[in-house]
Ligand binder design. Structure first.
Ligand SMILES: Cc1cc2nc3c(=O)[nH]c(=O)nc-3n(C[C@H](O)[C@H](O)[C@H](O)COP(=O)(O)O)c2cc1C
Ligand SMILES: Nc1ccn([C@@H]2O[C@H](COP(=O)(O)OP(=O)(O)O)[C@@H](O)[C@H]2O)c(=O)n1
Ligand SMILES: [Mg+2]
Length: 232
């Protein structure tokens, strides 16, 4: 049994996914033959076929049967899985990883304020980030390209804010990535992209914290575009 790397796929499936991407299946439906794939993976035809099936079941691949074989294309999740692998290699080989993400300012659920000001988090922010964050998170809706690029943040070492508990419940950890925020009115730092482990938002929402209210200092309103430069 292959070692699991999450979402039901193992190392072997990941190697298969990489070969398919090298063949062009990231950009368009690409013809594959299990015999050829098996040869290149040093595995049997049946093994190659099983790996394709697992990748499809995991949602990393879409497949179309055509008269003389099959065409495959990586899904968004498939691309993100490879991006995250790529980010690991960047982390290994590149000293100063950075990523620029673009998004528009949006209003969230009004919960950021509550979480940021809980003493169990606030004390850690002050100690580990070196500033007392403004009470809330600036929410950005990322462009489709930035949603994909977001995985590259894993090449950057975050400041970890640990989970904690009170009498009533437990609170999850959160990871803070150093960043500067560029609006049309100028650039602001220090700031951090905050990624709570437990969140109600999907990958398209980015939350940012800073010592000041960014809507005021950068004169931002819903719909304004900002660029977040994330780097160590
Ligand atoms: C520091 C921090 C810790 C959080 N911890 C939790 C948590 O333990 N459980 C949870 O359901 N949501 C947690 N959240 C996430 C919020 O529920 C929510 O996803 C988001 O931060 C709300 O942002 P918004 O009000 O800006 O839309 C946390 C958020 C932050 C900023
Ligand atoms: N550093 C920060 C943090 C939050 N904010 C804003 O402060 C308000 C409170 O944050 P919040 O996270 O509780 O609210 P929503 O993001 O859910 O709208 C929101 O309007 C945020 O956009 C800001 O301008 N600068
Ligand atoms: Mg917020």
């Amino acid at each position: 049994m292959a070692e699991s790397t999450g979402q039901g796929v193992g190392r072997d499936e990941l190697a298969t996914l990489k070969l398919l991407a090298l063949d062009g299946a990231l950009d368009e439906p690409t013809k594959v033959s299990c015999a050829d794939l098996g040869d290149r993976l040093d595995a049997s035809n049946q093994t190659a076929s099983r790996r394709l099936q697992r990748l499809e079941d995991a949602g990393f691949l879409s497949r179309d049967m055509v008269s003389d074989g099959q065409e495959v294309e990586l899904t968004g999740d498939g691309e993100r899985r490879l991006q995250s692998e790529y980010a690991d290699y960047r982390r290994i080989f590149e000293a100063d990883a950075s990523v620029d993400l673009t998004g528009v300012v949006t209003s969230g659920m009004g919960e950021g304020r509550h979480y940021i000001t809980l003493p169990g988090y606030m004390e850690q922010f002050i100690e580990r980030l070196g500033y007392e964050p403004f009470a809330g998170t600036l929410n950005l809706e990322l462009t489709a390209e930035s949603v994909r690029k977001r995985a590259r943040m894993s090449a950057i070492e975050p400041v970890t804010i640990e989970g904690w508990e009170d009498d009533e419940r437990t609170y999850g950890p959160a990871y803070c990535y150093p960043a500067s925020i560029e609006g049309s009115d100028g650039e602001y730092e220090p700031a951090h992209v905050i990624a709570p482990e437990r969140t109600h938002h999907g990958e398209e929402q980015l939350e940012v914290i800073a010592p000041e209210k960014l809507r005021e200092v950068l004169e931002l309103a819903d719909g304004d575009e900002v660029i977040v430069h994330v780097s160590e």
